[in-house]
Write a protein that binds this ligand. Structure first.
Ligand code: S3P
Length: 439
């Protein structure tokens, strides 16, 4: 169903950030593998995460909802995963599917991985190839895509692997396989990506060593370690909060506080880029959760200026380029994004989708192979366009945020997939003063 976001004069209020998607997947996966019963609170109850929970059940874990965002997971422990008697359906989720390929690879079971049209088009060779080197077998569709069948084994061999792409999903997949492999598995990343798997594995009792060498990072995990159940509080998601933050920044009168957000330098590139563009961003320490620091952040309207996004920020804001493009459209001057070719293989081709989102709303933008160049509208985005979302939640939310500050309303062709990562998005935007309507 179509949704339209109408221009509003102000975006104000205080909200709690929804649970982090990356940490929510990992909490269910590690809880489902551990011995004993883990208690999780603040879990993001988005479709992607719920699919991971269902998959853990199909593989033998017990996963129960005991309250709002409160889940109890009894893991399989030393008994290990069982062969599922259903297909493992990951819906839209690259994270759920790629991490679980690493998990399944370390057990003597066979599983069929399936997903929606968007996920079935995404490259899985990046995880299947290293898993095959470790001894797993797979039969995949053309181009190493899903649907695919993965056969694991309990004497997987450790590897020393340097992924060709900066990808936390690939790193996490190999570390999870390494947990059940013979020997020490190493992942060498040229540029540090989000490190939630490493932190949470430690929280569940595994020894994982990370050695930073400038921008490079080597993570080592010894095989044969067991996990024990934990109490996990999922921190707030900086990627979801970025939509609210941007709405405040581009608003004529914006002033919001987002509480309980994770502060992790592998995830905060958007906030650093926004500050470079002149945004007013405040942060106050409020404790920690799941091995992560927590902060309350405040955002206000600002006269944004275009900038060249430093290439070293790219991995730490990889999910935030659609919303960064909205800031760039509202700014004065030119914003240049480079070195972000991974955007081509996200839930949609996000370079093409972003360029289309801006163009149909009257913003001048040039598409490049690894990014885009936006000519900012200096506070006067024309709007009036209908944005094709390509079943991509972050394109949908970015377009709706853009509509709050455009001269004419902005519409999207479909909003249903927003529930994959941020089921309360419409409600939260309305609470802050957004005028979002279906139809
Ligand atoms: C994620 C890693 C990133 C990110 C995704 C979540 C994770 O993907 O885009 O939304 O939780 O590990 P890549 O590993 O493909 O960069």
């Amino acid at each position: 169903m179509m949704w339209t976001s109408h221009p509003v004069a102000q975006i104000t209020g205080t909200l709690r950030a929804p649970g982090d998607k990356s940490c929510s997947h990992r909490a269910l996966i590690l809880g489902g593998l551990a011995a004993g019963t883990s208690e999780i609170s603040g879990l993001l109850e988005g479709e992607d995460v719920l699919n991971t929970g269902r998959v853990m059940v199909a593989l033998g874990a017990k996963v129960e909802r005991v309250g709002d965002g409160a889940w109890r997971v009894t893991g399989v422990g030393p008994a290990g995963l069982k062969t599922p008697n259903v297909d493992l359906d990951f819906g839209n989720s690259g994270t759920g599917s790629r991490l679980m390929m690493g998990v399944v690879a370390g057990y003597p079971i066979e599983a069929r991985f399936i997903g929606d049209a968007s996920l079935s088009g995404r490259p899985m060779g990046r995880v299947l190839d290293p898993l095959a080197e470790m001894g797993a077998r797979f039969e995949a569709s053309d181009g190493k895509t899903m649907p695919l069948i993965l056969t694991g084994k309990n004497d997987l061999q450790a590897i020393d692997y340097e992924p060709p792409h900066a990808s936390a999903q690939v790193k996490s997949c190999i570390l999870l396989a390494g947990l059940n492999a013979d020997g020490e598995t190493k992942v060498r990343e040229k540029r540090l990506t989000r490190d939630h798997s490493e932190r949470m594995l430690r929280g569940f009792g595994a020894e994982v060593v990370s050695k930073r060498d400038g921008a490079a990072n080597v993570v080592t995990i010894r095989g044969g370690q067991s996990l024990s159940a934990q109490e996990t509080v999922v921190p707030g998601d900086p990627s979801s909060a970025a939509f609210l933050a941007a709405a405040a920044m581009i608003s004529g009168r914006g002033g919001i506080v987002v509480e309980g957000m994770m502060s992790n330098d592998t995830r905060d590139g958007f906030y650093r880029a926004a500050a470079l563009m002149g945004a007013h961003v405040g942060a106050e320490d409020v404790g920690d959760a799941a091995g992560e620091r927590l902060i309350d952040m405040s955002f206000e309207s600002a006269d944004l200026k275009g900038t060249e996004i430093p290439i070293e920020l790219v991995p730490s804001m990889i999910d935030e380029f659609p919303i960064l493009a909205v800031l760039a459209a509202q700014a004065s001057g030119v914003t240049v994004v480079k070195g972000a070719e991974e955007l081509r293989v996200k839930e949609s081709d996000r370079i093409a989708a972003v360029v289309n989102m801006l163009r149909v709303n009257g913003v001048e933008v040039e598409e490049t192979q690894d990014g885009f160049i936006v000519q900012g509208c200096a506070g006067a985005i024309p709007g009036g366009g209908l944005v094709e979302t390509h079943h991509d939640h972050r394109i949908a939310m970015s377009a709706l945020v853009m509509g709050t500050a455009s001269q004419r309303p902005v519409s999207i062709d479909d909003a249903s997939m927003i529930a994959t990562s941020y089921p309360d998005f419409m409600e939260h935007m309305k609470e802050l003063g957004g005028d979002l309507r279906s139809g």
